[in-house]
Design a protein around this ligand. Sequence first.
Ligand code: G3H
Ligand code: 13P
Ligand code: NA
Ligand code: ZN
Length: 328
Amino acid sequence: ALITLRQLLDHAAENGYGVPAFNINNMEQGLAILRAAAATDAPVILQASRGARSYAGDVMLRHMVQALAETHPDIPIVLHQDHGNNDATCLSAIRHGFTSVMMDGSLEEDMKTPASYDYNVETTRRVSAAAHAVGASVEGELGVLGSLETGEAGEEDGSGAEGKLSRDQLLTDPDQAVDFVARTKCDALAIACGTSHGAYKFSRKPDGEILSMATIARIHEKLPGTHLVMHGSSSVPQALQDLINAHGGEMPQTYGVPVEEIEKGIRMGVRKVNIDTDCRMAMTGQFRKVAAEKPAEFDPRKFLVPAMKELEDLCRDRFERFGTAGQA
Ligand code: G3H
Ligand code: 13P
Ligand code: NA
Ligand code: ZN
């Protein structure tokens, strides 16, 4: 059944686990994620970006997630708007059956210009009041996602600040976080700690200089009752880079967020862990493998079945390692 983010993360906090939030654009991703959730008895967050909503369409997304819920009646599912950029995006998502929205006021509506603190508070507070009035949950974001190595947001296509960012912007300030949560009444808070969207997060295996888990610890100390969210949490597994590159891919060597760092985060109040890139790489790795090994193949299902299996395996691993398994 569909539940709200608040309901799920309250349960996660009480029981000390984290929940992966997987991005979804199409049926095959939904099938694979829910098969993994069912196999491990895990609740799940399915999130749709603005791009996903325009790719699949709101009506399709709503019915798709309803169908997944009907297929897996024992699995609690949150349908969440990822990176909402204004009131209209968030409120239309709720109208279309989303039980939770992210109002990302860390950036202005264009999702490129870092926003002022006052803009962020005011926008998030307004969306929060409207969403709560109809029983939906809200995630806010304080701090700007981007690399501490380069000062850049990383992602060229999707949401991401333009121009150089300062260390100050890239690490959420704990005192400001206390004020932000009190004033906006958001249900969950996305923080910035050096992660960025996409595959190219770090040029080396991250240490405390470029992935600041200490920032999360400091925020959790001041806000022990607030559900924290880590964006840009793909691990960009070496095995998936190798799978892609062994079959004609040309992804330059890169490093993501090690799963053990996320496990550390979960012990420090991280409850929602956003993962999209790893899921993309899992499917694409198998598409490339089938295309390379079976050049005569033209039935899409012959590509999609192994791609779903690779994604299911990835999701199962995250459910197990984040402690979500067995919590449905
Ligand atoms: O925040 C970015 C997510 O990975 C969604 O990406 O906007 O390309 O769907 P997208
Ligand atoms: P990744 O690009 O690391 O998968 O992050 C996804 C994300 O944060 C979606 O909001
Ligand atoms: Na989100
Ligand atoms: Zn994100």
